[in-house]
Design a protein. Sequence first.
Length: 408
Amino acid sequence: MTTLSNDKPDNIPHINQRGLCFWTQAPPLIDQAHGNHGIAREFASILQGKAQMLLTSQYRRRFSIAEIRQATGGIPLQLYPDSSFTGIRRFSPTLAAIVDLLLFIAFLLFLVTKLHQRGIREIFVLCGADVWFLIPVALVQQFGFEVHIYLVDELEASSQYGHNRTLKRLVHPLLKTVLKHSTRVSAISVGFSEHLTARFGCCAGWLPLPISQPPYHPTAFAPCLTDSRKIVFIGSLNHLYLDALQDLYMEIMEFNKRPEVDYKLHLDIITYGSGEDFLNLLHSTEHVTIYQNLPLAQRMAQMREAYACFLPYSFHIAEKLMVSTSFSCKIIEYYAAGRPILVYGPEYASIPEYFQRGGLPLCATNRSQLHKILPLIEKYDTAELLGMYRDTWAENHSPKAILSQLFR
């Protein structure tokens, strides 16, 4: 069973007047830092010396407390107990969420006391797609803390993919309550902040995805000129990406038939699970390779050798709300790779909107544009493009930009 950690008073940094706690349901991780675990790690890195506490739980048994502590960036860690010691989350997420909630309620007064002892006045909450997490947030709000909630997933849309009917009915009133009692509300994309403002009448602002390190820019830049050039995609093969990946692969097959081109394209997919479902969609698998569960160093090595990194979103109307509000965490690793980023998604999706607003090239919003852009990657494989990525990072995602938003 996860136990509460108790940092010694000597390890507690000087308490400033603000007294900030960073609370994340998904613990920060380094090697397994996909999704919100990666976002939590980036915030932890940026908030070093600014936050007096990082509040989280182990969440899954395979996440070691040592790795979580390493990813906190030196912020004093406070763990609260959850169901991770049972391993039931893998088999029954709903049962795990109920156990998590009961354990949190049992230790709530202890945690509140601990927060007061640390001089915490404000709690910055990273909130993902788990509706259950809203209940602990709402409980803590009753103790008078200033709560700044940061939403990265549209909870009402995300809840539709579950089978818990009660939770689907509760998500709107729960979210409305949490937003009403939040001192500040921020969202991961412009579209999401506009959606929250319109739907809940709150004053939601855009807080860009935090990226602690600048985009990679090698001292001696060299474009990709090999005979076989790889377009790399990282992430899960879920409903948001499958069709777009299939479109790209079909365009790669067409591209490789062109007699006037002296190189071939290949699709590399680095994913967490099996890629069989995607391979079954294809008529041929000659130009695709799937890698599973590569460590961070290997992922980065493959991406830095890529011709381009692929950043897609779904065109299905049923996914419109989700793709117009979410913002892909893939861009953290893609920026770190220092290679051209090929974007493919509808105009209303957050990522194409971000690239077009920033004047960044290689953004296709339909299949015809994707067809035309593939031969142009070579033209934009330049040091100047990496400079544009750095400028965009500095303006939106850098520690300076994020801290200016959080501490204004």
